[in-house]
Design a protein around this ligand. Structure first.
Ligand SMILES: Nc1ncnc2c1ncn2[C@@H]1O[C@H](COP(=O)(O)OP(=O)(O)O)[C@@H](O)[C@H]1O
Ligand SMILES: [Mg+2]
Length: 437
């Protein structure tokens, strides 16, 4: 039997995965009213594209999914004539992404969205292309590989070949791009008519500030300025902030919204929403209740993904010991014992970290868990290079993540890991550093 069924849930209420753009998602997202308002305002009214900055696991992807889904629903429910239509899932950029290929990928996705929403758009008096025509394009040799699967990968080469059968039958890359752009300007002649809302998530995958800035700048004219598309850009470790500071993107993207940890007062309703959404009957055995979750949230430095992960682990552990007559207090006590045992074991397993590196680690944890290589002096080093070996040993011990961004010394690329917070909990005498700050 599945553990969650045994506990009385249809699925894992502590899933560390992002909340999805769905009705369920709307119920699960708690404590983000201000952020939802800000995003809604930008997407509805601003001519710049909203950007979002915040540490991994704080809830950016979830926030954007629910925000865009809610805005879309307002149009579907006829509360507004401004059609903001979500393009799901988010796009990601990597070091390999080429602006031109990306533009095609986006327009390919938009064509699919037109098929999906054709009737809705027409019924509301908005332009939508003939779906048969759209399908012809999507099934054309431009997109279909030999295996029959749809891809956009081979797209670039086929058109430049010149004599390929695609062009002779009227399907060309240029033609496709021009046509979808034309549809977009017909569906959304003015900003107030709406847009397809696209998300670029995890900008930090681009590794350096410079790479991120250069790629987003290169996308400016061809992608960010395309009529009928709205973009939300999300990134961690200071990368969204760095992109937003680019001169060439002034007036194109917004100053980033800083997403902070969900406040402690929301933990109770946040957990309640999950337990309620996934309970299959009144008879549940809740492994981690609000009080326990709050404990784990503090151990994990107010990082939701960490707390979800620890809760999932505890739920697995409790399974063998669970019985229906465990009281709330019993479970909380077991949770505390489990957490300290996990912390003891993690600390004991962490060998090969020398005293100087431990000092760096403890100071970093105390300061909130984030720093940049440029802050070496705060840690008592003469230079960035002098601090580096200590960071490397902490990284090897999986206590911190540390990235080198030669283009931006001040980016907060150094952060304590989920495992690091557990070890830090042990080292601070089982006290919550997050609570003490
Ligand atoms: N406002 C929220 N309410 C409830 N759960 C949330 C909220 N925000 C995030 N979560 C949960 O926290 C975890 C991390 O969220 P995610 O959106 O993936 O963070 P990020 O994109 O910033 O890394 C996921 O388990 C997600 O379901
Ligand atoms: Mg995310």
């Amino acid at each position: 039997m599945n553990v969650w069924e045994f506990y009385g849930f249809s699925e894992n209420p502590y899933s560390p995965r992002p909340i999805t753009a769905s009705d369920d998602g709307v119920r699960l997202l708690v404590g983000r009213d201000d952020e939802l308002r800000w995003l809604g305002r930008y997407l509805r009214s601003a001519d710049t594209h909203p950007t979002i900055e915040g540490p991994n696991g704080v809830g950016k992807t979830s926030l954007v999914a629910v925000s865009t889904y809610t805005l879309q629903l307002e149009f579907f429910n006829k509360e507004t004539e401004q059609a903001l239509i979500l393009v799901d899932p988010p796009f990601q950029l990597t070091g390999e992404t080429k602006p031109r290929t990306f533009k095609k990928e986006v327009l390919f996705k938009i064509a699919q969205c037109y098929i999906e929403h054709e009737q809705m758009l027409r019924s509301r008096g908005k332009f939508a292309p003939d779906v048969d025509e759209v399908r012809q394009w999507l099934n054309s040799p431009l997109f279909v590989t030999e295996g029959g699967g749809v891809t956009i990968a081979g797209f670039g080469g086929s058109a430049s070949g010149g004599s390929s059968p695609n062009t002779s039958s009227g399907f060309s890359e240029e033609g496709f791009i021009a046509m979808v752009s034309d549809w977009l300007s017909k569906t959304f002649p003015k900003a107030k008519d709406g847009a397809f809302v696209c998300v670029i998530d995890n900008l930090e995958l681009l590794n350096t500030s410079r790479a991120a800035r250069e790629l987003i700048e290169a996308l400016r004219d061809d992608v960010l300025n395309l009529r009928g598309l709205k973009w939300v850009l999300c990134g961690a470790r200071g990368i969204a902030r760095s992109v937003a500071s680019s001169q060439r993107l002034q007036g194109v993207i917004s100053e980033p919204l800083d997403v902070s940890p969900v406040a402690n007062k929301y933990i109770e309703p946040l957990i309640a929403a999950r337990l309620e959404s996934f309970a299959t009957s009144g008879e549940t055995l809740v492994p981690v209740e609000a009080r326990g979750f709050n404990h784990l949230y503090l151990v994990g430095n107010s990082n939701l993904r960490n707390a979800m992960k620890y809760s999932e682990d505890f739920s697995m552990w409790l399974f063998d010991r669970a019985s229906k007559d465990l009281s709330s207090d019993d479970k909380y006590e077991l949770l505390e014992i489990w957490m300290s045992e996990v912390a003891d074991k993690a600390a004991a397993d962490t060998k090969d970290v020398k005293p100087r590196a431990w000092t760096v680690f403890d100071q970093l944890a105390k300061a909130g868990g984030f720093t940049s290589p440029g802050e070496f002096a705060d840690y008592g080093f003469e230079s960035n290079q002098a601090m580096r070996p200590h960071l490397r040993s902490l990284e090897e011990a999986k206590l911190i993540d540390s990235e080198v961004d030669e283009t931006d010394n001040r980016r907060k690329t150094i952060s304590v890991t989920s495992r690091g917070w557990i070890v830090s909990y042990q080292r601070s005498g089982y006290r919550h550093l997050a609570g003490a700050r």
